[in-house]
Design a protein around this ligand. Structure first.
Ligand SMILES: NC(=O)c1ccc[n+]([C@@H]2O[C@H](COP(=O)([O-])OP(=O)(O)OC[C@H]3O[C@@H](n4cnc5c(N)ncnc54)[C@H](OP(=O)(O)O)[C@@H]3O)[C@@H](O)[C@H]2O)c1
Length: 248
């Protein structure tokens, strides 16, 4: 089995660091041309400089649909295609009980985490995948599948993203729509959890370690490749075994 993205063009949101960077880098190393997007151009340029491959960068807030449109156009102009869209950017401005959230942080969470993936997908589909079937990949979370203390609002967006993956897969075939639901991965986004509970959590996992961005990138490249051409609509949990670990 060959896993290659040779000749493909990928657009990755939230690509300047963490999981998005690992996905962009591994896709480029697997042969794809990659457009990296996130909000800060200087960080994007620094990230791209660490990737060995054909890359470009475009600064865009994932919740800003005008910026999304411009980023997709820039990708089409630079690389002539968008075969793989990775909706990875997400935000979590609120930690606390679900009913304690205020309207503005609720809106921001949904704008970036759910509205963003839907409309980036719409734009890419209308301008490219409708005529040239490709792969839309949504980075969700295991939190979209179960209740967690403090993360209720963020997890609502991830649960909806998992369902959006199913729904769009049913509507957009033969383009494929797939999801990844990571457990705790060592990135800045999860730094508070990793710093406070990382060691204890890792010890409880069957794999005895927390996730690395590269673990997620490996699955992302497989799901984007032709080796996964009969997979669509599903979201794959990758959590080091957290979901099957017994409690002490
Ligand atoms: N780490 C975990 O444990 C974990 C677990 C489950 C799921 N996830 C999911 O994995 C994805 C990546 O998370 P991560 O842990 O890799 O985070 P990270 O290391 O903090 O990286 C986040 C990336 O997204 C960009 N970004 C943030 N807000 C953005 C916005 N509004 N528009 C565009 N780009 C934005 C950041 O760059 P700028 O700040 O420059 O924009 C950065 O490139 C997210 O969808 C997250 O929900 C993570």
């Amino acid at each position: 089995m060959e896993i290659s993205l040779k000749g493909r063009v990928a657009l990755v949101t939230g690509a300047s660091k963490g999981i998005g960077f690992a996905i962009a880098k591994t896709m480029a190393e697997s042969g794809a041309k990659v457009m990296l997007s996130s909000r800060k151009e200087d960080q994007l340029r620094a990230a791209a400089a660490n990737i060995n491959g054909d890359t470009e960068v475009f600064a865009a807030n994932a919740g800003d649909l005008d910026a999304a449109s411009k980023c997709v156009d820039a990708t089409l102009e630079r690389f002539g295609a968008v075969d793989i869209l990775v909706n990875n950017a997400a935000t979590n401005p609120y930690f606390g009980k679900t009913l304690g959230v205020d309207e503005s942080r609720f809106a921001k969470t949904f704008d970036v985490n759910l509205k963003g993936p839907l409309f980036w997908s719409q734009i890419v589909y209308e301008r490219w995948m409708n005529e040239h079937p490709g792969v839309i990949m949504n980075i969700a979370s295991v939190g979209g599948m179960r209740a967690e203390i403090g993360l209720g609002v963020y997890n609502l967006t991830k649960a909806a993203l998992i369902h959006m993956t199913r729904q769009l897969a049913s509507e957009l075939g033969p383009s494929r729509v797939v999801g990844i639901a990571p457990g705790l991965v060592k990135t800045d986004f999860a730094a508070v959890l990793v710093d406070n509970f990382g060691e204890t959590l890792a010890a409880r996992l069957p794999t005895k370690r927390l996730g690395e961005p590269q673990d997620i990138a490996n699955l992302a490249v497989f799901l984007a490749s032709d080796a996964a051409s009969w997979i669509t609509g599903e979201t794959y949990v990758i959590d080091g075994g957290a979901g099957v670990a017994g409690s002490a």
